[in-house]
Write a protein that binds this ligand. Structure first.
Ligand SMILES: [Zn+2]
Length: 314
């Protein structure tokens, strides 16, 4: 009886977390500023890069997840939890991107620690939801540069709150970075326009690119849904293969944070229907690339993505 009550409570708490997404952060007094840089822990590589750009010399940033790691499935280790507990600031995406970490963020927020949740800086009207279920938000907001500009603002405000002595620097860094993001946005638009509108169809391993599609005029199809948590069934593969054959889409794409086998299965299904679609390359979806490939920043990985997409579909 006791045990079942406990598991019921667990289910209830999990359901509550599902509903709330980003927890409300308790008010926390500004930490005294010292010459020590802020210890900032970000969940994803995208957020760590954003924090480095805004925090500059006053932030010592680490990412929990490395290149190629899938945030939907990521389970925090005991080491991760203690890293977050010892950090001055924790940054996460929210919108259930870090699907297995909700309870950890909840307890950090309840403690009144400095927690920056990108979701809290966005209006519901800016968000997309999962296909067919309006109450499940799409977390992949970094694929619309205008939303990433909001994220930059949220991070600048959060760092300023945690370390008010350097507010001017954080705000100035943000302004500089916003200019770089505007240049990136213009680059993506101009490359996208090289493809005729009816050929702008992006087929990838999971549904990470809906914001990209909305911002830059692409029709987007993901083999798996907005989370990699559920596998694509054979019916999904077959339906998508029919669509590709009918529209004569010449390239489909693998993602760096999702195993390539689903896209390879799709390619085989297309071939079985008598059409040939090449694998147009690997896209950085839910993580950035690495320094060796020169794609370890948001800007360089996004440029690599649009170049890969346009070169394959043109
Ligand atoms: Zn994803």
């Amino acid at each position: 009886m006791k045990k079942s009550m406990k598991s019921l409570l667990g289910v209830f708490c999990a359901a509550l977390l599902m509903l709330t997404g980003c927890g409300q952060t308790a008010n926390h007094p500004t930490t005294a500023s010292s010459d020590e840089p802020l210890k900032v822990v970000a969940t994803t590589t995208m957020l760590a890069d954003l924090a480095r750009n805004i925090g500059g010399e006053y932030a010592n940033v680490s990412a929990l997840m490395g290149p190629g790691i899938d945030p939907h499935l990521y389970q925090a280790s005991a080491g991760d939890v203690s890293l977050m507990q010892q950090a001055d600031v924790v940054i996460y995406n929210g919108l259930h991107l870090e699907g297995k970490m909700g309870e950890i963020f909840q307890s950090l927020s309840t403690r009144g620690d400095h927690v920056i949740c990108i979701e809290n800086g966005l209006e519901p009207s800016q968000l997309l939801s999962a296909e067919g279920s309006s109450d499940i938000p799409d977390p992949h907001i970094w694929f619309d540069v205008s939303l990433w500009k909001s994220a930059a603002q949220t991070v600048a405000d959060g760092l300023s709150k945690a370390d008010s002595a350097h507010t001017d620097t954080y705000q100035a860094n943000m302004k500089t970075y916003l200019t770089e993001l505007e240049e990136l946005d213009a680059y993506i638009h101009s490359r996208a326009e090289e493809i005729p509108q009816q050929q702008r169809v992006l087929v990838t391993a999971h549904d990470a690119f809906q914001y990209f599609g909305r911002a830059y005029g692409f029709e987007v199809k993901g083999l798996q849904g907005i989370s990699t948590d559920a596998e694509a069934g054979t019916a999904d593969v077959s339906t998508l293969a029919d669509f590709i054959v009918e529209r004569k889409i010449k390239a489909i794409f693998v993602e760096s944070s999702v195993p390539p086998k689903t896209i390879q299965a799709l390619q085989a299904a297309i071939r079985a229907k008598g059409f040939e679609s090449v694998i147009g390359g690997e896209l950085y979806s839910d993580s950035l690339g690495d320094a060796e490939a020169g794609t370890d920043t948001y800007i360089t990985s996004f440029k690599a993505n649009i170049d890969t997409i346009v070169d394959a579909l043109k």
